[in-house]
Design a protein around this ligand. Structure first.
Ligand SMILES: CC(C)(COP(=O)(O)OP(=O)(O)OC[C@H]1O[C@@H](n2cnc3c(N)ncnc32)[C@H](O)[C@@H]1OP(=O)(O)O)[C@@H](O)C(=O)NCCC(=O)NCCS
Length: 156
C-alpha cells in the first residue's frame, strides 16, 4: 500500500463521511446506490455495518456495507476510489469485514456481483470466496446475470 490507511466503522451521525460514501457508491453502481439516509440507518442498526477506509488526512479511500443476521453475513456493497485502486484496499476492507462478522458469530458470508465485473470477482476469489452459481437476469440497466459467491468460516 502506498500510504498508511485506517479501517473503521462509520457512526450514524457522521453526515459528511456518509455523504462521501454515498457519492462513491453512486459513481460505482449508479441508480442502485445506497442513499445517505439508508446508509445512516444501516450504521445505527443492530447487525448493520458501514466500514470506511481513510487516509491519515481523513480522505475516503473506500467503503464496504455488510450485515449479519444470526450466523449469516452478507456483503451488500464495496467500492474503492479510482485513484486508490490496486493498492490492496479492497482486500483490507474484506479482511476487516471478516473479523467483524466472525465476532458476531457469523459462519457464512454471501454476495452477488455482476457476471462481467472482473475486478470485483478477482477480489472476491483472492479473498477466499467461491462461486456457487448464477442468478439469471438478476440486474437491470443493463440486464445481466449475478454470480453468487460464498465464504465459509467453519472449515478455518
Ligand atoms: C472491486 C474493487 C472494490 C477492488 O478494489 P481494489 O482496492 O482495487 O482491489 P485490491 O487492490 O484489494 O485487489 C485485490 C485483488 O483483486 C483482484 N483485482 C482487483 N482489481 C482487479 C482488476 N481491475 N482486474 C482484475 N483483477 C483485479 C486482483 O486479484 C487483486 O490482487 P493483485 O493486485 O495482487 O493482483 C474496485 O475495483 C472498485 O471499487 N470497483 C467498482 C465498484 C464495484 O464494482 N464494486 C463491487 C460490486 S458492489
Amino acid at each position: 500500500m502506498m500510504q498508511r490507511v485506517e479501517f473503521r466503522l462509520v457512526r450514524p451521525h457522521e453526515k459528511v463521511l456518509i455523504r462521501e460514501i454515498a457519492a462513491l457508491d453512486r459513481l460505482s453502481v449508479g441508480a442502485d446506490a445506497w442513499s445517505e439516509d439508508t446508509l445512516s440507518e444501516e450504521c445505527g442498526r443492530d447487525g448493520g455495518f458501514v466500514l470506511a477506509c481513510l487516509t491519515s488526512n481523513s480522505e475516503l479511500c473506500g467503503f464496504a456495507v455488510f450485515s449479519a443476521v444470526l450466523d449469516e453475513g452478507c456483503l451488500n456493497s464495496i467500492a474503492v476510489c479510482e485513484r486508490f485502486r490496486r493498492q490492496h484496499i479492497g482486500e483490507g476492507l474484506i479482511s476487516e469485514m471478516f473479523e467483524i462478522l466472525r465476532k458476531q458469530g457469523v459462519k457464512t458470508v454471501s454476495l452477488e456481483v455482476r457476471e462481467s465485473n472482473a475486478a470485483a470477482r478477482g477480489l472476491y476469489e483472492k479473498s477466499g470466496f467461491s462461486c456457487q452459481g448464477v442468478r439469471k437476469n438478476f440486474y437491470r440497466e443493463p440486464r445481466e446475470n449475478a454470480a453468487i459467491y460464498t465464504k465459509n468460516f467453519i472449515k478455518e
